[in-house]
Design a protein around this ligand. Structure first.
Ligand SMILES: C[S@@+](CC[C@H](N)C(=O)[O-])C[C@H]1O[C@@H](n2cnc3c(N)ncnc32)[C@H](O)[C@@H]1O
Length: 270
């Protein structure tokens, strides 16, 4: 029996999912990147996107005039990120590395983004590295897209748990709160979470592709388990969305943190 991708570990799980990932995952809303840009110094230095995957955060950073480096340990994901950005102005390049060992000099970055990836990192080690490369006054943005639940997503969740009993709660629900490791890190002052609601049109086939891009779904099912899961998923979709088209509602959450030197751990007040 061929093992599912998730058995390969956090940096390898997305390799076999890269095509579905690039095609079917939602992007992040523009107001989130505008809010990030407003917080940056006029000449912020490099922007590092760590755990950049297929590059969902790269174009929004480049479009706002930043000089961007992608950091990603998975080569299949990284090669899609590279082809997505081309070689326009601002693009410095991509580095195959983990967040826990950034091959970059201290203080080179004025901005670090981590989109939908911080939960894969060893949090303390990654934050120590991010604090090292981020200059004082620089901004860290931990970002997640959170699927807003409704009876359809509840049924999909129940279906996934049945096919993948190892799966617990949807990981993204907890991402609306400031990660504890960031809140207690002495090198950052963290703002209250900022939420940016958005939506996108959805179809049955796109949703199936989307589901196969999830580590706990496409990444956790064996070749033999995929067809019965897909049949049931399509039945669930048709029960809730008989027209085959609907609107997916998401909220993107951003935890903005400013790099400070020699401060006690704290979270900023509202
Ligand atoms: C869910 S994807 C997010 C990709 C992209 N940032 C986005 O928003 O679509 C998570 C990414 O984190 C990467 N990753 C996993 N462990 C990592 C680590 N320790 N350091 C850096 N990246 C890691 C994975 O290879 C994957 O590409």
């Amino acid at each position: 029996m061929k093992l599912p991708p998730a058995a390969r570990g956090s940096t390898q799980v997305f390799g076999p999912l890269a095509a579905e990932y690039a095609r079917f995952r939602p992007s992040y809303p523009d107001p989130l990147f505008d809010a990030l840009a407003e917080r940056l110094a006029p000449d912020p230095g490099l922007a590092l996107d760590v755990g950049s995957g297929t590059g969902a955060a790269l174009l929004p950073l480049l479009e706002r005039g930043m000089r961007v480096v992608a950091v990603e340990p998975n080569r299949a994901m990284l090669s899609r990120a590279r082809s997505g950005v081309g070689d326009g102005p601002g693009w410095i390049g991509a580095v195959a590395a983990r967040a826990e060992g950034l091959p970059l000099a201290p203080g080179v970055a004025g901005c670090v983004t981590v989109a939908q990836a911080f939960h894969w990192f060893e949090a303390e080690a990654a934050l120590a590295e991010i604090a090292r490369v981020l200059r004082p006054g620089g901004i860290l943005a931990l970002v997640w897209n959170v699927i807003l639940t409704d009876p359809f997503t509840d049924d999909v969740h129940e279906l996934i748990v049945r096919h993948n009993p190892g799966y617990g709660r949807p990981v993204t629900r907890s991402m609306l709160d400031t990660p504890a490791s960031l809140a207690r890190h002495p090198g950052f002052v963290v703002e209250p979470a900022a939420r940016f609601d958005h939506q996108r049109p959805m179809t049955e086939d796109a949703y199936v592709g989307y589901a196969f891009s999830w580590s706990y779904c496409g990444g956790a099912l064996t070749e033999e388990q995929r067809p019965p899961f897909e049949r049931e998923l399509r039945r669930t979709i048709r029960r809730h969305h008989p027209d085959g088209v609907w609107v997916e509602r998401l909220t993107a959450v951003a935890h903005f943190a400013t790099r400070v030197a020699g401060r006690s751990p704290r979270v900023a007040e509202d």
